[in-house]
Design a protein around this ligand. Structure first.
Ligand SMILES: [Fe+2]
Ligand SMILES: [Fe+2]
Length: 476
């Protein structure tokens, strides 16, 4: 296999699709259904826009992308796998030391399919969640960035559908159709995971989503990149190269909002939220409340703190840990323990459980450590501006809907509280109706090259060496 991608075929790929006629036909049958989904649920009203997008031209980590104007419905979505590793072995769980699987082991088929479908479902879901945001982009630079994310999430769906079609026969094809039928937030046929049914109604929400929820994507993909099922590992490894940029957009987007707010705070010598709002910037308390929401909703995505499924996925070699090979242990974990939280006598306490059952918590904790780094970088914006306010991640037990913490009320600082305290404080902890209305009111499309909405600073750099005032999107 080469690292370059064949663009001469209807479906660009580096998996010799032309040699597998049945598979090619199945995917060519799915392709128009995908395009219909994109028309219906992709970025609203954008079919004629020329967007300065990157397209993968190789899976070589150095220089895999090409940048050019593309109309999104003509984006070359395709199937790109990282190159195979010679003699790759399974390196964790009960099959540790055996050759990695090139086909689906019968006894793990149902679990593997479930893992792939669950991952695949998040990809179109986020496109659906973001489909109206183009109307209120704060600049052409930001407009181009959201479209870049959208087309790549579309490609991530292709990545998972390829696995379903190639390795799961008829039920794989049925799952491929169902992935185009579920809809984010729809009551009758929602997306599988709750964070992907929440609304992403404004750009502060969008940047928080791409910072936190795309980072969940990174951690899930890293865990799947360890998989003993080699095609899943190779697919997710290439997806990860695309994911890095999504998190960058989130982190830099929030930074630019903070920068602008701090600038106005210093100009007006005030930290009064009302004054700041009157001057058209987002007060820092509101940013903190959005952070609290997106963070807590996202850490639920890792699943219940104790999970026998997580143990099975690991022991059977389907899903590893984050950076499995860097962990200094036996990679079977049968003797190991790990702490999970529960409420006892009105307090949060840690309880030791078999580590195999706590692997969701293990991954969540890695995610939290990684999330803290960006929050520190956000706080440097305030430091530099000489403003004492600091953003913090809320306690991991705050606002949880999944696992043993689902039924209890915990404050952002980790105190167990009553329902009535919760109700009294909720509007200072999570975005209130009026916060959301304020932010929604600020939104409005800025479409002049080099112009930025009042509530956000320009980026430090443009895309692909282009200046910030580049015409990143041309309208019809
Ligand atoms: Fe993705
Ligand atoms: Fe992403």
């Amino acid at each position: 296999m080469t690292t370059s991608i064949n663009y001469n075929e209807k479906i660009p790929n580096n998996v010799n699709l032309s040699e597998d006629r049945a598979l090619r036909r199945a995917l060519e049958h799915w392709q128009p259904n995908y395009l219909n989904w994109w028309q219906e649920m992709g970025p609203d009203g954008t079919g004629n826009y020329d967007v300065y997008l990157r397209t993968a031209i190789s899976v070589d980590p150095k220089g895999w992308a090409n940048y050019d104007y593309v109309k999104m419905p003509s984006y070359r979505w395709g199937i790109f796998l990282s190159p195979p590793e010679q003699d790759r072995k399974i390196h964790f769980g009960d099959h540790k030391g055996e050759d990695a699987w090139q086909t689906v082991p019968g006894e793990h088929r149902a679990n593997l399919r479930r893992i792939i479908v669950t991952q695949g479902d998040t990809e179109p879901a986020s496109v659906e969640q973001q489909r109206h945001l183009g109307h209120t982009a704060p600049s052409l630079y930001d407009l181009r960035n959201i479209f870049q994310i959208n087309v790549e999430e579309g490609r991530h769906l292709w990545a998972m559908v390829y696995l379903l079609h190639k390795y799961f026969g008829r039920d794989g094809r049925e799952e491929g159709e169902a992935l185009l039928e579920r809809r984010s937030g729809e009551e009758d046929n929602p997306r599988i995971l709750q964070a992907f049914n929440e609304r992403t109604p404004d750009w502060l929400a969008f940047f928080m989503f791409t910072y936190f929820t795309d980072r969940d994507g990174k951690f899930q993909l890293c865990a799947l990149a360890e998989s003993g099922f080699d095609p899943l590992s190779r697919t997710t490894r290439f997806m990860l190269t695309e994911e890095a940029h999504h998190m960058f957009i989130g982190e830099s987007g929030v930074s630019r909002i903070l920068q602008r707010t701090c600038q106005v705070m210093n100009e007006l010598k005030t930290d009064d939220p009302h004054t700041l709002r009157e001057n058209g910037v987002i007060d820092l308390d509101t940013v903190q409340r959005y952070l609290n929401f997106h963070y807590s909703v996202t850490i639920d995505l890792f699943g219940a703190d104790e999970s026998s499924n997580a143990a099975i996925f690991y022991s059977s070699g389907l899903k590893g840990r984050f950076e499995e090979s860097k962990q200094d242990d036996d990679h079977r974990l049968r003797e190991d323990w790990y702490g999970v939280l529960e409420v006892r006598d009105g307090k949060l306490v840690e309880r030791q459980v078999p580590k195999l059952n706590a692997l969701n918590e293990v991954l969540r904790d890695k995610f939290i450590t990684d999330s803290i780094r960006g929050v520190k970088r956000w706080n440097r914006v305030m430091e530099k501006a000489g403003i004492p306010f600091r953003l913090v991640l809320p306690h991991k037990a705050f606002n949880r809907k999944i696992g043993s913490l689902a039924g209890v009320r915990i404050s952002p600082t980790g105190q167990v509280i009553t329902e009535s305290t919760w109700n009294a404080e909720i509007d200072s902890w999570l975005p209130s109706v009026s916060d959301r209305a304020f932010v929604a009111n600020l939104m409005g499309r800025v479409a002049e090259p080099g112009q930025f909405a009042n509530w956000i600073a320009p980026p430090a750099f443009g895309v692909n060496g282009q200046p910030a005032d580049f015409q990143y999107v041309r309208f019809d």
